[in-house]
Design a protein around this ligand. Structure first.
Ligand SMILES: *Cc1c(COP(=O)(O)O)cnc(C)c1O
Length: 397
C-alpha cells in the first residue's frame, strides 16, 4: 500500500520491470501469485481490528490481494496516479468508475464515439438507475460546454476512440468540466499508458481494459481504475468492495509480467502501424485510411500534441461496402479476424457487424463506421509479412 519514493524516482522502463514488487521471506525473483480468497488471524481481536480498519492488512481478496496490489502499485507508478484498483475486465472498470460516483438524479456527459459496451453503460444502464446522460460530439468543444449548462457530475470519453480514432482535446474538456464542478474519466485503452498520460493533462480518473495492450498477448481479461487516494478511498472502495468486480490474482500476476515489456511492445506496435498506414495510403483500394499519425487525419496536430506516438490501430474504408470489407478480411492469411486488439498477433474486425452492430445505422454513419470500414490492430509480426498479406488481400477486393 505504500509506494517507495525511490520507485517514484525511477524512469518508466525501470518502474515497468520492478515497480511495486514486494518479496516474501522466500526471496523469490519473480513476483509471487497469492491464490487465496482469504487471510487468517492469530486472534479474534485481530480480525475485529482489521474489519474496523484500525490496522492495514489483507482481509479478503474481493477487497485486496498481495499480487493484485503489486500490479496496482506498478500501474500507479506508470500512470503517475496515487491509487489504483484492478478489475475483472475493462468494462468492470468503466462501470465501477461511473457507478461509484453518481446517484439517481445526477447528470453525466459522454462522447458519441465510444466502444459499444461503454456506450451501452452510458445510454442504457445508467438511465435505468435515474442517471441522465447527454451524448456529445467529442471533437466539438462547444457541445461539451453546452451540455455542462445542466449541473454535471462526470464526463466520460475515449481518445483515440474505438474504432473511429477520433481524438479529443483532454486539456480543453478537463478545463470546461472543472469550471463546472464535474470530474473527467478518460478511457485510455487505445493510447495505452505509454503514449498518453490523461492525469497530467488534467483528467481525474483513468480507466483501462488491461485485456488489450497491457496483457498484449491475448491471454487474460482485466481492467484498472486509477485516481487520487481520496477518490479511491471515499468513492470507489465502498462500491468495489461490496459489488465484487475485483481481478483474479492469477491475472494480476500475468499482467505484472506483461508490464515488463509494455513500453517496447507499444513502440514496436506503433512503428508497424505507422508503416502499414503509409503503405495503405499508397494503395488504390481503400477509399479512406485512418491513422492519427497521417497528416490526413483531421486531428493529427492534436494527436501530436497530447500523445507521444500515434497508436497501434489503423482503419480503412473499402468504398463503404460490406462485400468489399468481408472479401478483404476473408482473404487475409496472416491477420486473424477477431474483435480483440493490442495483441502481439495482428487482428482485424468489421465494427458495423460486430462491436458496433447494436447501434443504429444512422448512429454508425455519424461515427464514420460505414459497412466498408475495417479496423486493423497491428501486431508485432515482421511488418513486411503484414504488408504482403494486406496487399494480396486488397488485390482480391
Ligand atoms: C475493450 C475495450 C473496453 C472493454 O474492455 P474489456 O476488457 O473487453 O471489458 C473498454 N474501452 C475500450 C476503448 C476498449 O477497447
Amino acid at each position: 500500500m505504500t509506494i517507495e519514493q525511490t520507485e517514484k524516482n525511477w524512469r518508466p522502463q525501470t518502474q515497468l520491470v520492478r515497480g511495486g514488487t514486494k518479496r516474501t521471506h522466500f526471496d523469490e525473483t519473480d513476483e509471487a501469485i497469492f491464490m487465496t480468497s482469504g487471510f487468517v488471524y492469530e486472534r479474534a481481536e485481530d480480525a475485529e481490528a482489521a474489519f474496523k480498519n484500525e490496522v492495514e492488512r489483507f482481509i479478503y481478496s474481493r477487497y485486496g490481494n498481495p499480487t493484485n496490489e503489486m500490479f496496482q502499485d506498478r500501474m500507479c507508478l506508470l500512470e503517475g496516479a496515487e491509487a489504483c484498483r484492478a478489475t475483472a475486465s475493462g468494462m468492470a472498470a468503466v462501470f465501477a468508475a461511473l457507478a461509484c460516483h453518481v446517484s439517481a438524479g445526477d447528470h453525466v456527459v459522454g462522447s458519441r464515439a465510444l466502444f459499444g459496451s461503454c456506450q451501452f453503460v452510458l445510454t442504457e444502464i445508467l438511465p435505468r438507475y435515474g442517471v441522465e446522460t447527454t451524448i456529445v460530439d467529442g471533437a466539438d468543444l462547444d457541445q461539451w460546454e453546452k451540455a455542462l449548462s445542466k449541473p454535471t457530475k462526470a464526463m466520460f470519453f475515449e481518445t483515440p476512440s474505438n474504432p473511429g480514432l477520433e481524438i479529443i482535446d483532454v486539456q480543453a474538456v478537463c478545463r470546461l468540466a472543472h469550471n463546472a464542478g464535474a470530474i473527467v474519466i478518460v478511457d485510455n485503452v487505445f493510447a495505452t499508458p505509454v503514449l498518453q498520460h490523461p492525469l497530467e493533462l488534467g483528467a481525474d480518473i483513468v480507466v483501462y481494459s488491461t485485456t488489450k495492450h497491457i496483457d498484449g498477448h491475448g491471454r487474460t481479461m482485466g481492467g484498472a481504475i486509477l485516481g487520487t487516494e481520496e477518490w479511491v478511498n471515499e468513492k470507489l472502495n465502498p462500491f468495489y468492495r461490496h459489488t465484487g468486480p475485483s481481478m483474479s490474482p492469477f491475472n494480476a500476476w500475468v499482467l505484472l509480467k506483461a508490464l515488463e515489456t509494455l513500453e517496447m511492445r507499444v513502440e514496436k506496435h506503433c512503428r508497424n502501424a505507422s508503416e502499414i498506414a503509409s503503405f495503405l495510403t499508397e494503395e488504390s483500394k481503400p477509399t479512406r485510411v485512418l491513422y492519427p499519425g497521417l497528416k490526413s487525419h483531421p486531428q493529427h496536430e492534436l494527436a501530436k500534441a497530447q500523445m507521444s506516438d500515434f497508436g497501434t490501430v489503423v482503419c480503412l474504408d473499402l468504398d463503404g461496402n460490406k462485400e468489399n470489407a468481408f472479401r478483404f478480411m476473408n482473404a487475409l492469411q496472416l491477420v486473424d479476424i477477431s474483435n480483440n486488439l493490442g495483441d502481439a498477433k495482428s487482428l482485424t474486425t468489421h465494427p458495423a457487424t460486430t462491436t458496433h452492430q447494436r447501434i443504429s445505422e444512422e448512429e454508425r454513419a455519424q461515427l464514420g463506421i460505414t459497412d466498408g470500414f475495417v479496423r486493423l490492430s497491428i501486431g508485432l509480426e515482421d511488418v513486411e509479412d503484414l504488408k504482403e498479406d494486406i496487399a494480396q488481400a486488397l488485390a482480391k477486393v
